[in-house]
Design a protein around this ligand. Sequence first.
Ligand SMILES: Cc1cc2nc3c(=O)[nH]c(=O)nc-3n(C[C@H](O)[C@H](O)[C@H](O)COP(=O)(O)OP(=O)(O)OC[C@H]3O[C@@H](n4cnc5c(N)ncnc54)[C@H](O)[C@@H]3O)c2cc1C
Length: 492
Amino acid sequence: MENVDAIVIGAGFGGLGAALTLAERGARVVLMEALTYPGGCASTFTKHGHRFEAGATLFGGFDEGQLFARWITRHGLDVRLDRLDPVISFRAPGLAIDVPPDRAALVDRFCALPDAPAPAIRAFFAEQARVADALWPAFDDPGLLPPFAPGALTAHTLRLPALAGLVRHLGRPLSVMLARHGLLGFRPLVAWLDAMCQITVQVGVREAESPLALAAIDFCFRGTRHVHGGIGRLAEAMTGAVQTLGGSVRFACRAKGLARDGDAWVVDGRDGGVRAPIVVANLLPQAISGLLGASVPRLDALAARVADGWSAAMLYLVVDPDAPALPGPHHLELVQDLERPFLDGNHLFCSVGGRDEAASEGAVTTGRTVTVSTHFPVSRIRGASSEEQAAAVATVQDHMLTGLRALAPDLAAGVRETFPASPRTFARFTRRPEGLVGGIPRRAGLHHYRDLWPSAVLPGLWMVGDSVFPGQSTLATAIGGIKVAEAALAAR
Ligand SMILES: Cc1cc2nc3c(=O)[nH]c(=O)nc-3n(C[C@H](O)[C@H](O)[C@H](O)COP(=O)(O)OP(=O)(O)OC[C@H]3O[C@@H](n4cnc5c(N)ncnc54)[C@H](O)[C@@H]3O)c2cc1C
């Protein structure tokens, strides 16, 4: 039996953050990944010679001093980053807002809209900035998380006045703050906020936990980049860094079982068992229970909250390289009907690769790749037959195409190939039960602040990924990976 210091199951960004941190601290680490490439929901796959972003397409944390920038410098990671301006083009019937990479310019754009209540908009964003500025340092410096750790406490003492301002927002939906500023009736702002909240905290302003939403609104302003050639390049570079530090990265190596063996764990993988005192599982809680073959109350409780969330319906497109007017990579956020829920194809996130990223060799057609996603509630197809599920997803995908034709006609007219994907596709490729890819929706409530400190599920068994703190996104899961790795090493 092979014995190591730590095993990480899954090379999503949570697992990558954990494996890299463990290797940096000198631990002998084995990283097992079921697929033949890393990244999970934030990976890049090849089909018909084209490289598609599987899910995630737009990434924060690349400004100097931020996490990904630090890793790139420290490990000499070979990734090219493209700056974006606009970061996102938001489109709805009668509404077009190009979101620039800085807040002040966006505020000016909202204030310039017809009938805009400019003083209220400026006051809202001033308050939003105070909350975001209080919370984001913890993302830039994971040492500030969790807030009650000894080192973090000293730093937080200096920032107490800023943090005190958060109290009025805790446990409340963002709509309360919008109402206080008299802005609930200003449709362009509420529509954009609904869209931003849906892609970050996974629910709209009437449900979103205010402090988390206010921080997430800054997503476009905090070192946000396109990774040239796809986010898979960063994931691959990170696995390379793990290997350079002596770690063993095993692709096509699915963990099939997890069992206690004395004071360690044995993970049953492709070539037999690997034994280690630390196991970090980059999996949904329901998947960990499956590997253990046993129910653990904490995992069961978490699994119920994940199950209340989302999967995604996808369209992966190959388009005429000249069809989208912009030559560089860009992102469109489209809403067909502002009065209907932002899901099921009514709300689309559409990411277009750059002209210079278009496939040239080995591709059946030449063209730029486009990843289009929409939120899809898993509860709606739970228990349905496979035919019923397929029909429900196909209806949503048709609606997605209708939205593209209406709101991005140049792009829709240039489509050469279409590959649809569903919750079942995500279940197959990410091995997430039911294709649940949305993390835990951040609905208003104090429960979000209960589990800020990483703690083992069982002795030596730790969890990373978007169902645990700090939650969804490549940056958040990577930060979670660092914190869990450090806590696991400290616990030994
Ligand atoms: C459609 C969509 C769009 C998104 N857009 C963005 C965006 O633009 N920006 C952003 O920052 N975030 C975005 N996100 C969120 C982000 O992608 C996720 O929060 C994050 O990537 C999740 O990482 P993770 O580590 O939790 O898990 P995963 O990415 O799911 O990684 C888990 C890994 O474990 C592997 N695995 C599973 N079971 C086993 C097993 N038994 N043995 C071995 N390996 C196993 C899987 O193959 C996978 O590689 C998006 C997500 C989706 C679905």
